[in-house]
Design a protein around this ligand. Structure first.
Ligand SMILES: Cc1cc2nc3c(=O)[nH]c(=O)nc-3n(C[C@H](O)[C@H](O)[C@H](O)COP(=O)(O)O)c2cc1C
Length: 315
């Protein structure tokens, strides 16, 4: 009998729903056991988020400073055949509970020498976060077999309004006729089952090997190449400002609250101006940079890729 461990942290329940859709075909097959571990921070994050508290999260999130978690339920001595790590992105970094799991001694122990399938669900900026996760998984002596990414179908511009609105007010519905419902489309959540089917097929066929991804041809990870530079620049800025915030005091310190509001406003202006400007510059330079862009996209889409030639088999 094969054993899978699913690790996740989901604040609103969206990622949990996606992870459950992913594993449904495996559960229904009954030939593989799945232990589900929901990470539980000791200090709960608020939802909806007060604006200042939302911004106040970024210094620790980008510096990968782990929050305290309740003890894990899984047996760290158990050898799993595969771990599914389902995570969301907070400020271009893995959500802090996921960082805490990856950095913990018990997390590293259970991960050691085990193939990992990462499952990301976020607005649309996940590249830099995944670079961090890749490093942490490597440090835990584990390796990524596949990476599956679900992003909001809305355009960058529209989700810039719908996602913060959802996070800061709890309102997720479509509004003003032009803005779509925030978050991952329900059809995409249901279609996540194809990955579970393909994974089940590979496990039952003994195809899980160290270097070969098994979720290729299923449109697992599609990179919006226009966001690559913006993510790099934004992360650098987060790191610099984050250090300054940390000098002001711990999370919740009144100086940080003032700084958070000022930085939040600055951030909105930057995101509304620099991100579209970077996207335009990238599009204009595309003819000269095509080869480099293709290489970059291939790198970020690896190992599972954006091809869709096996979709029918597992739909
Ligand atoms: C503090 C915070 C920061 C976020 N930053 C990003 C981000 O940098 N990029 C992104 O694509 N989504 C970002 N999101 C959206 C989340 O990745 C995720 O889609 C959303 O929180 C819903 O996930 P849930 O399943 O945990 O509720 C952020 C959300 C929160 C709460």
């Amino acid at each position: 009998m094969k054993h899978i461990l699913l690790i996740y942290y989901s604040q609103t329940g969206q990622l949990k729903q996606i992870a459950e859709s992913f594993i449904r075909p495996i559960i229904e097959n009954h030939s593989i056991t799945i232990d589900m571990e929901e990470l539980k921070p000791i200090t709960l994050y608020p939802f909806p988020w007060p604006f200042g508290q939302f911004i106040d999260q970024f210094p620790e999130a980008v510096s990968l400073i782990p929050p305290a978690l309740h003890p894990f339920q899984f047996d760290e001595g158990k050898k799993y055949d595969l771990i599914i790590l389902a995570y969301t992105v907070w400020f271009l970094s893995p959500s802090p509970p996921i960082t805490a799991f990856l950095k913990s001694a018990k997390g590293k122990m259970v991960l050691s020498e085990t193939p990992v399938v990462t499952l990301i669900a976020c607005r649309n900026m996940w590249l830099e976060a995944h670079e961090q996760v890749k490093q942490l998984i490597k440090q835990a002596n584990a390796y990524i077999l596949d990476n599956v990414v679900l992003t909001d179908r809305g355009s960058s511009l529209k989700t810039l309004a719908t996602t913060p609105r959802w996070m800061l007010t709890g309102k997720r519905d479509a509004f003003w006729r032009i803005f779509p419902r925030a978050g991952i489309h329900n059809d995409d959540i249901i279609a996540t089952q194809r990955f579970g089917k393909a994974l089940l097929f590979s496990i039952l066929n003994g195809d899980i090997q160290k270097t070969n991804p098994v979720l290729t041809g299923l449109k697992a990870a599609t990179v919006d190449q226009r966001l690559i530079d913006s993510e790099k620049i934004a992360r650098r800025s987060f790191l610099i400002w984050g250090k300054l915030f940390q000098l002001l005091g711990p999370q919740g310190h009144f100086l940080r609250k003032i700084a958070a509001i000022a930085y939040g406003l600055f951030l909105i202006i930057i995101i509304a101006t620099v991100v579209p400007a970077m996207m335009i510059i990238r599009v204009l330079l595309k003819p000269w940079r095509q080869h480099a862009i293709d290489k970059e996209r291939q790198y970020f889409e690896s190992p599972s890729g954006s091809e869709d030639d096996r979709m029918e088999k597992f739909s």
